[in-house]
Design a protein around this ligand. Structure first.
Ligand code: PLP
Length: 357
């Protein structure tokens, strides 16, 4: 099996091996040391300030999104978010459930944000801005510098969902003045699903401190208090936290976050160059490194045949684009040789008349 979906993705040998081990007891110093190291490496990889903190939530990426919305905002806030695809909708739902008022910036599928669009929302009293910086459904990487400038100018609290782009596109929490960064275990972190991560700036920590928790399990005050001793309030996904530790250390020993980002960018660029002689089209503006949305004919059959005849998984699409688009992920334990196999399979499908104009 060769997995080019955008998550869960393929894991390294070392991460896989840990998945086969017995789960150790965790209310002890050994596990606390693992958690402290996880926090330290996460902060290093997003260029967070020394006084920022990291919380590991047991739950998929959306759990960290909801924890953030519930703990840093309240009914006095008015938030703005970017909605340009399937993932953007999630913040709408979260704000509805948590009774936080909001406005949406609606963008066409596959389009980036512009300064003009942002300017039209200036001075409207927004207190929070939420963005899925890589819109995983279209593969756009929104212009974070523009968003950051807009938030600084209007003194808006900035939350970046980097679930599919942490380790794939550069992110600098300090320079880009990001208040919260969210990521998850099953995307470029290349571990099984089950843990999501929230990095909180000092500004975010103040908001949490002054806010009243509306949920017991996802209470960030409690999580932060426990994290001071390298622990979590309740039993976490212990095995995945150990796998995350191995993976973060792997990246560190291979040269750090920049090396990993370049590796993924190379894979993405290699793939994009090599499909140029196939009847495929890339329409996304400002491409993220994590994923390529490919427009074509007969997408459903291509996805199906790749899986059944070649053992290769790519992402099908739902909705209107189901038969006209598929997505290929570049995150996880993939190599250029894996790209060779995928491209070869596409050419073979072209010979068989399944890939066609
Ligand atoms: C995958 C993803 C999520 C979270 O999805 P879960 O299924 O809850 O892990 C959120 N945002 C983005 C941008 C994603 O790619």
């Amino acid at each position: 099996m060769l997995n080019f979906t955008v998550g869960p993705v393929m894991s390294s040998e070392q991460v896989l091996k840990i998945g086969g081990d017995q789960t150790p007891y965790f209310r002890n110093d050994e596990f606390s040391q693992v958690m402290f190291e996880n926090e330290k490496l996460m902060k290093e990889f997003v260029y967070a300030d020394d006084d920022s903190r990291v919380v590991f939530i047991t739950g998929s990426g959306t759990a960290a999104m909801e924890t953030t919305v519930m703990n840093v905002f309240n009914e006095n806030d008015k938030v703005l978010f970017v909605k340009g695809g399937g993932v953007g909708q999630r913040f709408v739902d979260l704000c509805d459930v948590n009774e936080i008022s909001y406005d949406e910036i609606n963008l066409d599928f596959g389009c980036d944000i512009t300064e003009e669009i942002l300017d039209s929302y200036s001075g409207n009293g927004y207190t929070g801005f939420l963005v899925n910086i890589c819109e995983t459904s279209s593969g756009v990487y929104y212009n974070l510098d523009l968003i950051s400038e807009f938030c600084q100018k209007n003194q808006i609290f900035l939350v970046v969902d980097a679930i599919s782009s942490f380790l794939a596109n550069p992110l600098n929490m300090t320079q880009q003045k990001i208040d919260v960064i969210i990521t998850g275990s099953q995307k470029a972190l290349a571990c099984p699903p089950g843990i999501s991560v929230i990095v909180l700036s000092q500004n975010a920590l103040k908001r949490v401190e002054n806010n009243k928790s509306k949920c017991m399990y996802f209470d960030l005050k409690n999580a932060l208090k426990n994290a001071e001793r390298g622990q979590t309030p309740f039993t976490p996904a212990v095995g995945i936290l150990l796998q995350i530790n191995a993976r973060l250390n792997e990246i560190k020993s291979n040269g750090g976050v920049e090396v990993e980002i370049n590796r993924i960018a190379n894979l993405a660029n290699d793939f994009r160059e090599r499909i140029s002689d196939l009847p495929f089209e890339i329409k996304t503006e400002s491409l993220a490194n994590s994923v390529t949305a490919v427009h074509c004919k007969n997408a459903l059959e291509i996805v199906d045949k790749l899986k059944l005849d070649y053992g290769i998984w790519i992402n099908p699409n739902g909705g209107e684009l189901a038969d006209n688009m598929f997505r290929v992920g570049h995150i996880g334990y993939l190599t250029i040789e894996d790209n060779d196999k995928l491209i070869e399979a596409f050419h073979d499908l072209e010979k068989r008349g399944i890939v066609h104009d």
